[in-house]
Every structure is written in structure tokens, then in C-alpha cells.
Design a protein around this ligand. Structure first.
Ligand code: G6P
Length: 372
């Protein structure tokens, strides 16, 4: 078994380190050198993809957070209204679905029963279903109209890491492909994004090269009993994923919030010494997102929070508001989750290991949940 782990103490650590490869392999062969995407494997007629007027992403657990990232990207690039819903909620609420709806089912295993039931329900209503899946020939892709495989390789640890990054990558490819197909005004941006995506494996590696900083932090925080995570825009699902990982692996109470929502409730939780992770968007991004998040950091800090900031390299402005800053390489705003999630995975894994827990097999959880 030790050999299978390539010298890492756990499959989770091994899989965290396989992320540059997982993203590279998921991009492989899908982008020609002229900045054009080719997804020939999608068996759905192009004319159908052109006429889609709504997208609904369904998934569970970590895969559901991919859906949230996909929503920001697809709506921006394609201008197609996109909803994200947990599979089990979608299935039992009489959703509005018809022939013009594209349902995107995201599942690492392809066997999650909640998602499979939702896929069947969507198809019964006439929707086309496209699966984003990591397991060849599994049930969800077999029962879908089309599949875009993530090429992360087998994922053994219960908590998803490399499949998560590969799923996000695949969702970007899908969004860019739809934008390309529908010939909208973002053609130049698509080229830039494809170039940025190609540079991702290297940038993820750069994050991994600095993992010791996060591991040391995790060890120093091993006795905390609550951790909050804040993010805006695509940083919001990253914050929720950071919290989920900590719950799953370290059994610590953790919550992810939209930073803008703080003042509407969660700020009441802040007391002296409360650790708060903040996922900060690029200072060069749109819509003064960065300034908004910086002011959220100040708000929690003024109330005694201990802030741990994940920011873009070169963002010196955040330093004065943070107990700890972890820098990740710069990229376009929408692609940042491929980088900002990684330190949060490392943190949860290191903290749980420090507590002596089995990070590959957390209590009460299964890798693939095949019952509703
Ligand atoms: C289980 C696993 C999670 C996973 C979820 C969805 O609950 O413990 O890590 O995110 O299922 O799995 P899927 O295979 O559908 O992505």
C-alpha cells in the first residue's frame, strides 16, 4: 500500500500533489494551437447546444461547489442563465425543465445515486443531460446524452481534491466551448482564458512548492474548535469547499460565507481569536471586488478575528490586515479557484493529520454514495 502512495503518508496528500497533472490531462487534446476548442467527444448536436436557453448544474458534495464556479464562468462567457442545485433538491421540487434546458451533472464517481436520480428525472422532462465525470463507463455518463470526462485518474481518498480541480477545468472548457459555438462577443477573451488555462498546471505546482507554510499554520491551529471562511464571487464556493474539507477531515466546526453577507448575520459569530480565512480576489480584477473583500477583512479584524488571507502574488495591500498571508500566482479572476482552493485542501489535510485522524477514510463518510 505504501508503494501505491508514492511515498506520501496518505492518498489524499498524493492526490493533492497530482493536481497539476490532473488539470493538464483534462486540458489535453481539447484546445488546438489556434486558440480554438475542440470537444468532438460531445455527442450532442451543435444545433441543440446553440438553442439551449437555460443550464442547470446538478451535483452533490464537493462536486456541487464546482457547479457554483461554473455558474459564474458560464453566465459571463455565454450569457446563458445558469442555475446550480444539489441533485436531491432538484429531483424532488418540480423544477422547470424542457427540451431547451441543458442539465450538467457533475460527479467524480459517476455512481452517486442522488445525482443519477436527478439525471433520470431531467431526461424524462425532455432535457439534454451532459455529464462531467471522472470514471469511464460509470452509470451517470452511460445514462446521459453526452459526457465530458475529467482525466484526473483514479481518486482514492474520500475527500475529493484532484477530481475537484479537474471538474472545474472541464466546466471552464464547457463554458468556453458554448461561447465559441454561439459566437458571442467574448472571442478574444476566450483566447486569453485558454492561454491562462494552459499555464495553470505550472501555477498549481508553484502553490504546492510553498505548502510547508500552510502545514506549519495547520499544526499551530490544531486546537481551534471553529474556523470561518469568507469569499466573494468565485471565491465564495472556494470558501465553502475550504469549510467542507475541514468538517470532513478534521471534524472541526467550519462555515463558508459570502463575504458580502457578513454584516447580515455571520459577523455576530466573530469574537476575540476567531480564525477566519479570507479568499481575496485579484486586485486587477473587475468591479472593485478586491476593495470590497479588503473591507470585509477589516470588519472581522476590528472584532478580534485572526485573519488568514489567500491573496494574489504582489497584493501587498492585504498584508497589513492579515495575521498570515498565503500568496498564489496571478491569473484571470474566473480561473482563480484552481489556485486558491489548494492551500485550503493542504490546511485541512495537515490539520487532520496532526490530530491523528485518517484523512483517507474520515468517519461516517463514503467515497461514493450509492443510496438516496
Ligand atoms: C460523497 C463523497 C464526496 C463527494 C460526493 C459526490 O459524499 O464523500 O467527497 O463530493 O460524494 O460524489 P461524486 O462522485 O458524485 O462527485
Amino acid at each position: 500500500a505504501a508503494a501505491e502512495k508514492d511515498g506520501y503518508p496518505s492518498f489524499m496528500e498524493k492526490e493533492i500533489h497530482e493536481q497539476p497533472r490532473a488539470v493538464a490531462d483534462t486540458l489535453l487534446g481539447r484546445n488546438d494551437s489556434h486558440g480554438k476548442l475542440t470537444l468532438d467527444e460531445l455527442r450532442i448536436d451543435e444545433s441543440i447546444l446553440r438553442s439551449v436557453d437555460k443550464i442547470i448544474v446538478i451535483a452533490c458534495g464537493t462536486s456541487a461547489y464546482v457547479g457554483q464556479v461554473a455558474k459564474y464562468a458560464i453566465e459571463h462567457w455565454c450569457r446563458i442563465p445558469t442555475e446550480v442545485e444539489l441533485s436531491h433538491e432538484f429531483r424532488y421540487r418540480d423544477p422547470i425543465v424542457n427540451e431547451k434546458t441543458l442539465v450538467v451533472a457533475i460527479s467524480q464517481s459517476g455512481e452517486t445515486m442522488d445525482t443519477l436520480m436527478a439525471v433520470r428525472h431531467a431526461r424524462e422532462q425532455g432535457a439534454k443531460v451532459l455529464a462531467i465525470c471522472n470514471t469511464n463507463g460509470s452509470t451517470i455518463p452511460r445514462e446521459s446524452d453526452a459526457v465530458l470526462y475529467t482525466h484526473a485518474g483514479p481518486e482514492i481518498a474520500v475527500a475529493s481534491t484532484k477530481a475537484f480541480l479537474a471538474q472545474i477545468t472541464a466546466s471552464y472548457l464547457l463554458g468556453l466551448y458554448l461561447a465559441q459555438l454561439r459566437g458571442n462577443k467574448f472571442q478574444d477573451e476566450i483566447k486569453t482564458i485558454l492561454t491562462d488555462l494552459a499555464a495553470m498546471p505550472e501555477k498549481i505546482q508553484a502553490v504546492l512548492d510553498h505548502e510547508q507554510q500552510i502545514k506549519d499554520l495547520a499544526v499551530s491551529m490544531k486546537d481551534v474548535n471553529s474556523v470561518l471562511f469568507l469569499g466573494r464571487h468565485v471565491g465564495f464556493p472556494v470558501a465553502m469547499e475550504g469549510a467542507l474539507k475541514l468538517k470532513e477531515l478534521a471534524y472541526i466546526h467550519a462555515e463558508g460565507f459570502a463575504a458580502g453577507e457578513l454584516k447580515h448575520g455571520p459577523i455576530a459569530l466573530i469574537e476575540e481569536g476567531q480564525p477566519v480565512f479570507v479568499v481575496v480576489p485579484s486586485p486587477n480584477g473587475r468591479d472593485s471586488l478586491h476593495a470590497k473583500v479588503v473591507s470585509n477583512i477589516q470588519e472581522v479584524r476590528a472584532r478580534g478575528a485572526k485573519t488568514i488571507v489567500i491573496a494574489e502574488a504582489g497584493d501587498e495591500a492585504v498584508r497589513q490586515y492579515a495575521e498570515h498571508v498565503f500568496y498564489v500566482p496571478a491569473t484571470s479572476t474566473l480561473l482563480a479557484p484552481l489556485l486558491t482552493t489548494v492551500p485550503l485542501q493542504i490546511f485541512a489535510c495537515a490539520l487532520a493529520s496532526e490530530k491523528g485522524y485518517d484523512v483517507d477514510q474520515p468517519r461516517n463518510l463514503a467515497k461514493s454514495v450509492t443510496v438516496e
